[in-house]
Design a binder for this molecule. Structure first.
Ligand code: ZN
Length: 240
């Protein structure tokens, strides 16, 4: 069975719909969402509705919590903060309740969490070797999917080091542990503007990071029309 794991939609309807069409095309059996359905993009309500209808297994992201007023505004840069306030004021009671009920961590055959399994409530990143070590020490199982940094990639726990694997497709070794960053659907930051989604073939134990083209110009135009900071529109074209 193949499942899809994706993250950081950030209110980008065009990217989200393109990724879901790709998942249908690939015959994905279940979907998992690693947080941040809102923030930055112009369609937060629509994206929440789509996620809810999808019946995806979800965890909460820092932008979701911030839209509910549950994260200190100082955590964000000025453009992000503006988007957080804009988003928070638009959401209905039902949409806020949906975000409020999302768990921090989901555990089954693998772990799903927004930032890191080490104190997930702090929404830290896994960028340095020390942060990666802390994440693996906190991880109970052998496989974890995260988002948050908007940069896809696979961390492999070796005997005495943690290795970053930049490949887009990898067969999992049963004797190793992995933390997979599934990148971002709605605001990639690795220089590739296409939306990112991870497919996990559970029978073959194979992870694949896919890119999906979408209508960037349309998503960017809507950000500008909404009066959100224009930098949030511009960055979509470059994936930065
Ligand atoms: Zn994010």
């Amino acid at each position: 069975m193949t499942v899809a794991i994706f993250s950081d939609v950030h209110g980008n309807r065009e990217a989200f719909e393109a990724v879901l069409a790709f998942c249908r095309q690939q015959g994905v059996a279940r979907t998992y969402f690693a947080g941040d359905i809102v923030g930055y993009g112009a369609d937060p309500e629509y994206c929440i509705g789509l996620l809810r209808d999808l019946g995806a297994c979800c965890v909460v992201g820092n932008h979701d919590a911030a839209a509910l007023g549950k994260v200190e505004a100082a955590y964000f840069n000025p453009a992000a903060r503006k988007a957080v306030v804009w988003t928070g004021l638009r959401l209905s009671v039902e949409e806020r309740r949906f975000l409020d009920e999302l768990p921090l961590v989901h555990e089954e055959a693998f772990t799903l969490v927004h930032g890191t399994p080490a104190r997930p409530e702090d929404f830290d990143y896994i960028l340095s070797p020390y942060q990666a070590m802390k994440a693996f020490l906190a991880l109970g199982g052998r496989l974890c999917f995260v988002g948050h940094s908007h940069r896809p990639g696979i961390l492999v726990e070796e005997k005495d080091a943690i290795r970053f694997d930049g490949s887009v497709s990898l067969e999992l070794d049963p004797d190793r542990r992995y933390i997979v960053n599934v990148g971002s659907v709605g605001q990639p930051r690795d220089g590739d503007p296409r939306a990112c989604v991870c497919l996990f073939d559970e029978d073959k134990s194979r992870i694949c990071l896919h890119r999906v083209a979408y209508d960037v110009a349309r998503a960017a135009a809507k950000i500008r029309a909404a009066g959100l900071p224009s930098v949030l529109a511009e960055r979509l074209f470059e994936g930065r």
